[in-house]
Design a protein around this ligand. Structure first.
Ligand SMILES: O=c1[nH]cnc2c1ncn2[C@@H]1O[C@H](COP(=O)(O)OP(=O)(O)O)[C@@H](O)[C@H]1O
Ligand SMILES: [Ca+2]
Length: 407
């Protein structure tokens, strides 16, 4: 029969029952305002040992499309999408923890590309939504993150989740993130030479869990998958793309359609003349977007990388990997698939007319942009131990550290 101290259990809902709530539990809420969608990550941590990093108990994840930048002229409506996701957090965090649970939103390339006053209007509407919520709203809780943090924080997430940030024999892995509007590459250089040959603004030092790391990291704005589509079509720099038709040999010949990105409407279509579709002409189009524009560190040819976001999505779309399990690919697998899809456009493009362009761009970005070898291994991963591989977890560790909630 129950011990005398347990008599109060029935008076409380289980989640707030003092005997069930672990005194060492705490929560963190991180919003990722990406160029194609807004996502909420609600993390539960437990600090079992003050000498060690907090343990991550679990994550609740939800997302909405489109991203905040699509509400460029309706900032209040944009903020409503954040309010909806925050409602969910009320169900996920026990009410007695609301006051001490921080909520933060960081925006990436979509907002970086908007005119500053428009981006600020969106952010200030979101700030109001946060202020009206019962959660802890730290200073600067709604902001645009700089690109170098984005790469570093994703690197922290992946290396934390794979157990490389604590204990002996740390073998960190590099990370490749391909977003809609920007892309990041991050790794821990092993040779002095790499650091010597690297531009200073590609190196970031930081401390995490009592170690100091000096990382190679860079975010290329305008080199995300969707921005690259516009660049390939020659439409990226256009202020008023309305009315103009953009054509490409990467698209099915007879296609004519329209597409909305970051609040702008684009019309696009295939090359109508004979002979001008397929992998070869397409590859030379996408090559122009990347060639000579990215820094190529020699060392990456000898490392393996974790790749996620659109690398993962396009590999799933073409059956290179399983949606649930992910998998290991070589760079050349993307090229093989690009050829297969681009040279058989009519067969493949029912799902997305951009499949050939996307795969060709990924191939060009990896090979001619970053300088990866054909046989470099890419570990395609969406989740590790049921947690999303995203910069959001790294950002939450940083947040907890700055609030003194964790070491
Ligand atoms: O936490 C996540 N879980 C799953 N997919 C994510 C997550 N964060 C980003 N993505 C993926 O990122 C890609 C879109 O990039 P995003 O909208 O973040 O653009 P940006 O990074 O250029 O701002 C999509 O492939 C989307 O599936
Ligand atoms: Ca992103």
């Amino acid at each position: 029969h129950p011990s005398p101290e347990m008599w109060f259990q029935d008076l409380f809902p289980p989640s707030v029952c003092p005997i069930n709530a672990n005194v060492n539990n705490f929560y963190g809420i991180m919003f990722d305002a990406g160029s194609t969608g807004t996502r909420i990550h609600i993390y539960t941590f437990v600090q079992k040992n003050p000498e060690q990093p907090p343990e991550l108990e679990g994550e609740i994840f939800e997302s909405v499309k489109p991203g905040l930048s699509a509400y460029v002229d309706q900032p209040e409506k944009g903020a409503e999408t954040v309010r909806g996701l925050l409602e969910m957090a009320k169900g996920a965090v026990p009410p007695s923890y609301w006051k001490e649970t921080p909520v933060v939103l960081k925006a990436t390339a979509g907002l970086r590309l908007l005119p500053a006053p428009k981006a600020q209007a969106l952010l200030s509407e979101v700030r109001e939504v946060f202020e009206e919520s019962p959660f802890l709203v730290p200073n600067n809780s709604v902001s645009i993150m700089d690109g170098s943090s984005e790469g570093v924080l994703a690197w922290i997430t992946v290396n934390f989740l794979t157990g490389q940030l604590y204990g002996q024999n740390q073998q960190t892995v590099g990370t490749l993130d391909l977003g809609g509007a920007s892309t990041q590459i991050t790794f821990l250089p092993r040779s002095e030479e790499t650091l010597e040959q690297t531009p200073v603004d590609f190196v970031t030092s930081f401390e995490m869990f009592n170690s100091t790391y000096k990382l190679y990291t860079h975010s290329y704005l305008g080199f995300g998958l969707k921005a690259a589509r516009l660049a390939t079509l020659g439409a990226l720099e256009m202020e008023a793309a309305d009315g103009q038709m953009f054509r490409s040999s990467c698209l099915p010949k007879r296609l004519e359609a329209e597409w909305h990105f970051a609040g702008v409407r684009y019309q696009y279509g295939g090359n109508r003349k004979a002979g001008e579709t397929g992998f070869e002409p397409c590859y030379s189009e996408v090559l122009k977007v990347v060639q000579g524009k990215l820094h190529q560190p020699d060392e990456i040819r000898r490392n393996s990388f974790y790749a996620f976001s659109y690398y993962y999505d396009r590999a799933v779309d073409t059956n290179l990997i399983d949606y649930e399990k992910g998998g290991v690919l070589e760079v050349r697998d993307f090229e093989r698939k690009a050829k297969e899809v681009c040279d058989n456009l009519d067969r493949y493009t029912s799902a997305s007319p951009f499949l050939c362009m996307d795969l060709s761009y990924i191939t060009a970005l990896l090979k001619e942009g970053f300088g990866f070898g054909d046989n470099t291994l890419l570990q395609l991963t969406k989740k590790v131990n049921n947690v999303e591989t995203s910069w959001a977890l790294g950002a939450t560790f940083h947040l907890l550290q700055s609030l003194g909630l964790s070491r």
